[in-house]
Design a protein around this ligand. Structure first.
Ligand code: MN
Ligand code: MN
Length: 463
């Protein structure tokens, strides 16, 4: 290489495939890490499943339930369980929290079909559950796949029963019908959003009947099965949260097994590496480290388990109170990685991507300075200073990373929990794994990108 070529090479920003830059050993480590992730994601399809998995793992390594107003010592590890749908893990640092807190915040809810409060009916000799879709889905992707039902039913006396049907291969599954092509001649005239209307996203739930019933015998037969198996009645379904999710398990993709196809990579693929860092932490950090697993991101972060509410603020404020330090200063000094996915450049649909500012598969964890739509509306725009700080940390620890926006400016957009954390006056930037077919029932990610994300979180939490 000539001298001026060399200079030009070091002057230019370029990203490289981790498949090139990672050693054989690192690639093996990445593949091993992916095994743990695949096991986690198979058991964590809904936010309730994820909270259960996260708290089981955290309890096993010494995290204890957070007690309001209790003063904790440096090195102590606690978890805050927000209504079994969101969770926060904390490792207390040597410094008081007004020196700043390090937060990693992902979300554990994913797009799916929720059962409506009154879901059960029969028509045309088939029993159905009506659904209400949750999050941003392309509705036509959900018919004709095998669906499992996950959730909880709460009886009027406050007792509850957890339900999971369709994960064991001997379980039955549920199914949304689609129109056969022979009778769908108008398909060419239809808009994709009209292929399947929301009110047709009904789960096939049975076809046998209660023999001595005149009215709704199929519905009554299903109700009697529910009574027998779970001791619940139809009114109990009103006070339930039952979610239909793809029954498929995570699988390797490609002859080289370099990728993973699974339901709900968004955003378990960021939740898991942040959890891994919290679980393996073995020394007292300088700064208090906080790991948030939020609910309701896919519907706008509202409700008392979403981050557009006070539970994260209140927990940190409570800790600041016990340490007798200023909570406002605490938030001003706080640094947060909003751990969420970005779109992976897809050569099948190049028209929606702007090549200079896209995330490419295997090119590592992606830093997203701002999200939102159009003229940066509804965004968290990380300061150049904070982006530079994180970039410096990743370069220091030789983490494979890249920078991207979410698609072409005029094409669409999206948001994350970042803006709700920015509202608390912390520094925050989006960081995560690039995903192919985001929000589809089965999404694809790369194992090297997953591992780079883990290394990025580890670097961030290092003193
Ligand atoms: Mn997400
Ligand atoms: Mn999403």
């Amino acid at each position: 290489m000539k001298k001026n070529e060399k200079e030009a090479a070091s002057l230019a920003y370029k990203t490289e495939s981790a498949a090139k830059t990672m050693s054989e050993k690192e690639i093996r480590l990445a593949f091993d890490f992916a095994k743990g992730y695949m096991d986690f994601i198979n058991k964590s399809k809904t936010e309730r499943d994820a909270v259960r998995e996260i708290l089981n793992k955290a309890s096993a390594v010494g995290y204890t339930p957070y007690v309001y107003s209790k003063k904790y010592k440096p090195g102590e590890k606690v978890f805050f369980n927000n209504r079994s749908k969101a969770a926060i893990l904390v490792i207390f640092g040597k410094k008081t929290v007004d020196n700043g807190v390090k937060i990693m915040a992902s979300h554990i809810d994913s797009p799916r079909l929720d059962l409506k409060p009154s879901p059960l009916y029969e028509e045309g000799h088939i029993g159905f559950f009506k659904t209400h879709y949750y999050g941003g889905i392309k509705k036509y992707q959900w018919p004709t796949i095998q669906l499992a039902l996950h959730g909880t039913v709460v009886r009027a006396d406050g007792t509850s029963v957890d339900i999971e049907i369709g994960e064991d291969e001997n379980d039955p599954v549920f199914y949304v019908n689609d129109l056969l092509p022979h009778l769908d001649r108008n398909l060419a005239q239809k808009k994709a959003s009209d292929f399947i209307p929301a009110e047709s996203l009904n789960l096939v739930a049975g076809s046998l009947l209660a023999k001595d019933e005149e009215k709704d015998p199929i519905k009554l037969n299903i109700l009697s099965i529910l009574k027998e198996k779970y001791d619940i009645c139809e009114e109990d379904l009103l006070t339930s949260e039952l979610c239909a999710v793809p029954a498929a398990k995570a699988r390797d993709v490609g002859l080289d097994r370099s990728m993973i196809a699974a339901y709900a990579h968004d955003d378990k693929v960021c939740a898991y590496p942040s959890l891994a860092v919290m679980l393996e932490a073995d020394k007292t950090p300088e700064y208090t480290t906080v790991c948030v697993f939020a609910d309701k991101e896919e519907t706008g972060s509202n409700s008392n388990t979403g981050l557009d509410t006070n539970y994260l603020y209140d927990l940190i404020a409570d800790i600041a109170d016990t340490q007798k330090v200023n909570v406002r200063k605490t938030w001003y000094m706080t640094k947060c990685l909003s751990a969420d996915v970005n779109a992976c450049y897809d050569p099948n649909f190049p028209e929606v991507f702007e090549k200079l500012n896209s995330a490419y598969i295997n090119h590592g964890v992606v830093l997203t300075k701002y999200t939102g739509g159009g003229g940066k509306s509804s965004t968290n725009d990380a300061t150049a200073e904070f982006f530079a700080e994180i970039r410096g940390i990743l370069n220091r620890d030789k983490v494979c990373w890249q920078s991207a926006e979410l698609g072409k400016t005029d094409v669409g957009g999206g948001g994350t929990v970042a803006k709700y954390i920015a509202k608390l006056n912390a520094d925050v930037i989006d960081i995560g794994v690039p995903v192919l077919s985001m929000h589809a029932p089965v999404e694809v990610i790369s194992k090297l990108d997953l591992y780079s994300t883990y290394l990025a979180f580890k670097a961030f939490c290092k003193d």
